[in-house]
Ligand binder design. Structure first.
Ligand SMILES: Nc1ncnc2c1ncn2[C@@H]1O[C@H](COP(=O)(O)OP(=O)(O)OP(=O)(O)O)[C@@H](O)[C@H]1O
Ligand SMILES: [Mg+2]
Length: 319
């Protein structure tokens, strides 16, 4: 859906921010770009909606060059969350959220409903927040509004540049979960920049590791953990051997699921009393399995939940 063909960016001062990168992001994919500061993540992201013009190569969206798109179409159809909070200071929160819906001339009822729905989604009570000004919100709250603004007009593609980095760990985790839920439900194509590997492993269908404007590796979380391309990636994701020694707390990994979802997985079940090895073995075969306790199915677990816990354990050790 979004394709980078040998894309480079050289800034006027001679900085080579991005060097001949090739990426193919699929429709409905949650694609994470990770790398240290200055590795070219923001530059790569901004070239997609032409906030930054590219120097060489081509970026295609649905087979059409971004340079051939009408610029408004490109900006309206692609939600964008900036690295820095950037709400318009003289507009209320509601007005900030409704910028693109207004441009698209949605009717007022629909816009008001959408504002409230989005505010609720990120845990900001609409009655309290919709008429406040940005400076009357904390930094983290403003950033949450920034996220809802990108989602407002329901764009098929969303670009997010470290959207959660300013949040406290709890709100951060909540928004990550909301975003995962949303992604599961409506299958947006999301390109998400972060420098936090825990976040990347939790959210990404695939992760692209960048360094000095180049791509070091693109792979699923499992691939990165199991087969890091080199020392740099290995250090980034942590030692695999370390991981397999970790203990699991199965109870913490169980995700609620609808009866429909569960019934599809019912032939692959695991008991809450299963050992770590049994869980791992089953999840190398299946992406998701149902969990049963006392003969009753109580939810599902999946690979992503396992990786999330492993990543959490890794982080605790670093601290
Ligand atoms: N307008 C500019 N002019 C010149 N050089 C720039 C410009 N913007 C960015 N750069 C340089 O390009 C390189 C990549 O910058 P970029 O902002 O893409 O990095 P990043 O990976 O997003 O970093 P961070 O994690 O700190 O946000 C850096 O060396 C940066 O200094
Ligand atoms: Mg950046």
């Amino acid at each position: 859906m979004i394709q980078f063909d040998n894309v480079s960016k050289r800034y006027p001062d001679g900085t080579n921010a991005v060097n001949s990168i090739n990426i193919n992001i699929k429709e409905g994919e949650f694609f994470v770009i990770i790398g240290p500061s200055g590795s070219g993540k923001t530059t790569a992201l901004k070239m997609i909606n032409r906030l930054i013009p590219l120097t060489e190569g081509t970026i295609l969206i649905n087979g059409k060059r971004v340079s051939d798109y009408d610029i408004h179409e490109l900006r309206w159809e692609i939600g964008y969350v900036l690295q820095q909070i950037a709400l318009f200071p003289h507009m209320t929160i509601g007005e900030n959220i409704s910028i693109v819906p207004e441009l698209k001339r949605w009717d007022q009822d629909k816009i008001q409903k959408r504002i409230d729905e989005l505010l609720e989604m990120v845990g900001l009570e609409p009655e309290i927040y919709r008429n406040r000004m940005p400076h009357e919100l904390s930094g983290g709250q403003q950033q949450r509004v920034g996220v809802t603004r990108a989602l407002a007009a329901d764009p098929p593609i969303i670009l997010m540049d470290e959207p959660f980095s300013a949040l406290d760990p709890l709100s951060r985790e909540k928004l990550q979960n909301d975003l995962l839920h949303l992604q599961r439900k409506i299958k947006k194509t999301i390109v998400f920049v972060t420098h936090d590997m825990k976040e990347a492993l939790k959210l990404g269908d695939r992760i692209c590791v960048m360094k000095d404007g180049e791509i070091i590796q693109i792979g699923t979380p499992e691939e990165l953990l199991a087969n890091p391309e080199n020392e740099f990636v290995r250090n980034f994701v942590g030692e695999e051997q370390e991981i397999t020694r970790k203990t699991f707390h199965l109870q913490n990994l169980i995700l609620p699921a609808s009866e429909d979802e569960i019934s599809q997985k019912i032939d692959r079940t695991i008991s809450t009393s299963a050992s770590k090895d049994e869980i791992l073995k089953l999840l190398t075969q299946y992406n998701e399995v149902a969990v049963e306790e006392d003969g009753k199915i109580i939810g599902i677990i999946n690979r992503q939940a396992i990786i999330r816990q492993l990543a959490g354990d890794m982080q605790k050790e670093v601290r």
